[in-house]
Design a protein around this ligand. Structure first.
Ligand SMILES: [Zn+2]
Ligand SMILES: [Zn+2]
Length: 82
């Protein structure tokens, strides 16, 4: 389910509707606070170096996270990708 992936793998903070989400080029997502941490040298999932390629903001993911969070207690189990 989409929802299970909507948390930061580093700090386990859930991506809320206000969270700015960053990620590596492979689309592994981390929260803004972790992305800003200078000690974070690489993606925790694929080990892509953040030194040579800093994490990028994922606007599409933020949008999806917003939809999922808004519907989390509702009838919609999966996010609308459109
Ligand atoms: Zn985090
Ligand atoms: Zn990665």
């Amino acid at each position: 389910m989409v929802r299970e992936h909507l948390e930061c793998p580093i700090c386990s903070e859930e991506f809320g509707m206000q969270t700015r989400i960053f990620g590596c080029s492979q689309d592994h997502w981390i929260c803004e606070a972790c992305a800003a941490d200078e000690r974070l040298a690489e993606c925790p999932i694929c080990r892509e170096s953040f030194r040579s390629r800093p994490p990028m903001r994922k606007f599409t993911v933020e949008k999806i996270a917003g939809i999922v969070m808004r519907n989390r207690d509702g009838k919609f189990e999966s996010a609308e990708m459109a």
